[in-house]
Design a protein around this ligand. Sequence first.
Ligand SMILES: Cc1cc2nc3c(=O)[nH]c(=O)nc-3n(C[C@H](O)[C@H](O)[C@H](O)COP(=O)(O)O)c2cc1C
Length: 320
Amino acid sequence: MITTALTHRFGLTTPVIGAPMAGVAGGGLAAAVSLAGGLGTIGISGKHGVDFLAEQCAVPAGSGMPFGVGLMVWTLADRPDLLEATIAARPDLVSVSFGDPAPYVGPLHDAGIAVAAQVNTVADARLALDAGVDVLVAQGTEAGGHTGHRSLLPLLQEVLALTDRPVVAAGGIVTGRGMAAALAAGASGVWIGTALLSCTEGLNSAAARERVREATGEETVLTRAFDVAEGLAWPERWPGRALVNDFSRAWHGREQELVDDPDARQLVVAGRETGNPVTAPVYAGEAVGLVTTERSATDVVRDLDAAAEQALRAVARLLG
Ligand SMILES: Cc1cc2nc3c(=O)[nH]c(=O)nc-3n(C[C@H](O)[C@H](O)[C@H](O)COP(=O)(O)O)c2cc1C
């Protein structure tokens, strides 16, 4: 069994956190990750209502599983109801990412809830530490979904040098070898998203899962084109890593023109509605080429844990 500061803190049997992924990670996926001994989380965006949030949280909570909720800071100023509903759902962990977590740490701590924040730069990490965040998540640019521009390993090493608090690694971790590498580097756990994109418990469509299974690691693009098309107020410093498709091929790098082209923007909105991955974004990270089968998230996490243990034993043998 792999034990770290993270497993001790949350009573886990493996140091794996299922990433909050709005539109993919609901209560079913979170519960499946937690069933394997990790910590599953639920992704909440500014489009979600509080009823959805409460329903999804009730799934892992109802079966006595630990769970977390992932909020996006930039949505919370207009949506204080999301923070209130999150606190009311009594998760074990709340991540407040993509913005300054400071205003949200106090209310969450007052409710006895641990706080995580994904960080993309050293300045972000300092901000999170000053705010009193309990778990820092170094999110590399390899990650699927919205992310920064720094690679995981250098960022992780710099963040680890700043703090004794648990630091978790996010971005590109799909195999036991990848997980072992992050732990060997000093991370207290891994935060996996892309590895869970073809799971039976996900909220994503069958077409999106199929696209994920077919994609190679060379087929991702870090772009703002989808956010501009969807009219989302994502701060510019966090573009999204998605699978390339017809829309990104046409519009990535031409975001300014896209602002003035409602017909082109409508392609993404319609693609979202019909679940068409040719124009709608399928967010996924650089390790997507390793996701080739549709499986339960419980099996994904159990196998990841077993393979990481094996890889760590192999590393230990190098010492002779
Ligand atoms: C489809 C998708 C949706 C995501 N949505 C969110 C989200 O709602 N909130 C969040 O904090 N991070 C979100 N992320 C980022 C993840 O939390 C995490 O950093 C990332 O998946 C880790 O890298 P990996 O995908 O290579 O495992 C999302 C990622 C993906 C792939």
